[in-house]
Structures are given as structure tokens and as C-alpha cells.
Write a protein that binds this ligand. Structure first.
Ligand code: SF4
Length: 162
């Protein structure tokens, strides 16, 4: 029987994470992001957002995972179409997935919201946080990452340090 999966994808071979099963907690038709990176493989960001909200419930993720065929993944990775820390239930979803799957969990993030305590608290539920830093100055940050209004280079640095 063929099943369609909306929120879980892969497995994909990752040079950092081995065989990785992806989870997209955003799962919208268009990218949802705090950045509009000049190199983004998803194209331009249609509308910035910096507000965390619920896109896909944790129950929907667990239901889909229950229907997965046999997969021997090395990691489960929260990534997807945009910035995963924008999902308000990120921490809850990571903990729930770890309980049923017992695999290490990684989060790929652009680090734009890590200055927020609630985001760092959610990320603590993961085994690994892979946070990117593309720019070496406020000017190059604006040029490369084209952040949403209100997100400053120092916020990204401060978040990563914390
Ligand atoms: S942070 Fe990632 S998803 Fe967002 S614009 Fe940059 S490359 Fe694309």
C-alpha cells in the first residue's frame, strides 16, 4: 500500500548526520522563514515572519510516524521548508518523537531566534543543534541572509553564544 507523508520525509544521506529522517514542522506551501538567504535552494522568502506559532500539531507528526515503513535512520532531523524554530511546539515535538523512536534528534537552524529563551529551551530537547553562521559582520549579514526587520546580527551571535 502506498502512503503519502506530508510532514516526514527521506531518509536522506547527510554528510553530517548519516541516514537522516526529516521532519517538517512547518509544512506550508511556501517557505516560512526569518531570513531570505541569497543562496536559498527554496527560492525567495514570500513573506517574513518572526512570530512563533503552531503549524502542524505534535499529534499529527506522531500519527504519521506511526505509519512509517521500516527505516534504520541514524538521526531524526527537524528541518524542512523554512526555519524550524518558528514552530511553537518544537520542544514538545522533539520530546514526543524521541520517546517513540529512540533515535538521536538534530535540529538545523539559522539561529535567528536563539536569542530568545523559549527557543533555547526548546532546542535543549534535541541531542544536536546545528546552527549556521554565514556572515562575519552586520553588513555581510544583511547581504547574505537578508533578515526579517528586527533581527540583528548581534542577536544571532548572542543567541549562539548563549
Ligand atoms: S535560513 Fe534556510 S530556509 Fe531560510 S532563507 Fe536561509 S537557506 Fe532558506
Amino acid at each position: 500500500m502506498k502512503r503519502d507523508f506530508k510532514y516526514v520525509y527521506g531518509p536522506v544521506d547527510s554528510w553530517r548526520l548519516g541516514v537522516s529522517l526529516g521532519i517538517d514542522l512547518l509544512s506550508q506551501d511556501a517557505k516560512v522563514c526569518t531570513f531570505d538567504c541569497s543562496y536559498c535552494q527554496l527560492g525567495r522568502t514570500p513573506a517574513y515572519t518572526t512570530e512563533r506559532r503552531l503549524y502542524v500539531s505534535t499529534e499529527e507528526i506522531l500519527e504519521e510516524m506511526a505509519g512509517l515503513p521500516e527505516v534504520e535512520e541514524d538521526h531524526i532531523t527537524f528541518s524542512g521548508i523554512g526555519e524550524p524554530t518558528l514552530a511553537r511546539n518544537l520542544g514538545e515535538a522533539i520530546s514526543a518523537v524521541r520517546r517513540i523512536r529512540r533515535r538521536p534528534v538534530a535540529v538545523l537552524t539559522n539561529a535567528s531566534l536563539m536569542f530568545r529563551e523559549d527557543v533555547r529551551e526548546d532546542l535543549l530537547s534535541a541531542n544536536y543543534v546545528i546552527a549556521k553562521l554565514d556572515a562575519c559582520s552586520p553588513d555581510s549579514f544583511e547581504e547574505i541572509n537578508r533578515p526579517a526587520p528586527g533581527i540583528a546580527y548581534r542577536d544571532v551571535l548572542e543567541g549562539q553564544i548563549k
